[in-house]
Design a protein around this ligand. Structure first.
Ligand SMILES: Cc1cc2nc3c(=O)[nH]c(=O)nc-3n(C[C@H](O)[C@H](O)[C@H](O)COP(=O)(O)O)c2cc1C
Length: 217
């Protein structure tokens, strides 16, 4: 590779995360792991109260079965976020794909309302019944994944510790206006993504490109 692309070794700041507070180290990590997709996650409490919240610690997993991971961190006072409580109690949730058009309601849905208070009304988003699980999906989202809990893997303890919720995708909803035949055309989606601090990006057609994989040898 052309060495002019590289940064000289002396021009790196070395960081030992153990020397920082968890919050400070995490803020740096979030600039490194970016841009992240956003899972606008719909759940129900055991007594049926709806909850909606965005999570950018979100990734696809295996194909057999189809799986996804989100991580609601343990909150600032060391307790579980409502989404984690609800998924542990009910085993069901819906991940709605975030788009740029939904950025304001998604931000509103991140409000820390008291347990049982609904971010649906607060954000103005519209619930529609799901097919295989009880929590609703978001009508305004062009893609939604109905999920059943496989396992929660807690990592660490106390405020800001991770809780990896591994779920099996049991049903997909794909809006016809983002489809090209039976597949998704990314130029029609305008995904909303999260970077570090309060930065976001979105995928307008001019930032997208295709790059075929190298041939198998
Ligand atoms: C775009 C966006 C992404 C977020 N991603 C996460 C995340 O991945 N993990 C997390 O713990 N909190 C995340 N948050 C904060 C939660 O949405 C927030 O704590 C919310 O109140 C949790 O809701 P709940 O208690 O109803 O589950 C994010 C906030 C925004 C605006």
């Amino acid at each position: 590779m052309n060495p002019s692309f590289a940064h000289p070794p002396s021009e790196f700041l070395g960081v030992d995360p153990g020397a920082l507070s968890p919050g400070a180290a995490h803020r740096l990590l979030l600039h490194c792991v970016a841009p992240r997709p956003i899972a606008l996650t719909s759940t129900l409490s055991p007594d049926g109260q709806p909850n909606l919240a965005p999570f950018s610690y979100f990734m696809a997993g295996g194909a057999n079965p189809l799986s996804v991971v989100i991580s609601p961190l343990t909150n600032r006072i060391g307790g579980p976020k409502d989404t984690l409580r609800n998924i542990e109690a009910t085993g069901e949730y819906v991940i709605n794909v975030a788009t740029h058009a939904l950025r304001e309601p998604i931000n509103l849905a991140s409000a820390e309302l008291p347990y049982g208070a609904s971010e649906w009304e607060f954000s103005g988003l519209t619930p529609v019944p799901s097919v295989r699980v009880r929590p609703s999906r978001v009508l305004e989202s062009p893609m939604a994944l109905e999920c059943r809990l496989f396992r929660v893997v807690p990592h660490g303890s106390g405020p800001l510790s991770g809780n990896y919720i591994i779920g099996e995708v049991v049903y997909l909803h794909l809006a016809r206006d983002v489809l090209d035949g039976d597949t998704v055309d990314p130029r029609r989606v305008d995904y909303l993504t999260r970077l570090g601090a309060e930065w976001y990006a979105h995928t307008t057609p001019e930032v997208l490109f295709e790059m075929p994989r190298p041939p198998r040898v």
